[in-house]
Design a protein around this ligand. Structure first.
Ligand SMILES: [Zn+2]
Length: 136
């Protein structure tokens, strides 16, 4: 019986257009971090930015600022000056997601960052909300 119920639930969910499924929990990407001497590498940076649906440059700018260090993006990985724990970077990704990805109104991840004049807003494509955000 339960199986039937789950099947019909699956069917129902699959019929919902993609846009409106954004209320689902957003899975935060985890950084793969290695420290080499005095440098820290995020191996999956490209993938990370893609999953966050943001430009690598924007994510890098945020991380560099929060970590107070310089970062270099080579099109795939990012290299930071200094030693940082994977957990620290994971925490920063979490802050980034909360601040620049998730819509504060509907909690969906289908958002984009827009600039109008002096203001930067997080515009939600699911619910249409425009929320002010701090520029990086
Ligand atoms: Zn929204």
């Amino acid at each position: 019986m339960e199986e039937e119920y789950i099947k019909s639930l699956d069917r129902a969910l699959s019929m919902i257009p993609k846009r409106t499924t954004s209320g689902e929990r957003f899975e935060e990407p985890k950084p793969e971090v290695t420290v080499f001497g005095t440098r820290t590498v995020i191996h999956n940076f490209n993938e990370l930015a893609r999953r966050l649906n943001r430009s690598p440059q924007h994510v890098l700018k945020f991380l560099s600022k929060e970590m107070a260090t310089a970062g270099t993006y080579d099109g795939q990985r990012v290299y930071f000056q200094g030693k940082f724990h994977e957990a620290t970077i994971g925490q920063l990704i979490h802050i980034y997601v909360t601040r620049y990805v998730i819509c504060p109104i509907c909690k969906g991840p289908d958002t984009k960052i827009e600039k109008s004049g002096r203001f930067t807003t997080l515009t939600c494509e699911a619910c249409g909300a425009k929320s002010p955000v701090k520029p990086v």
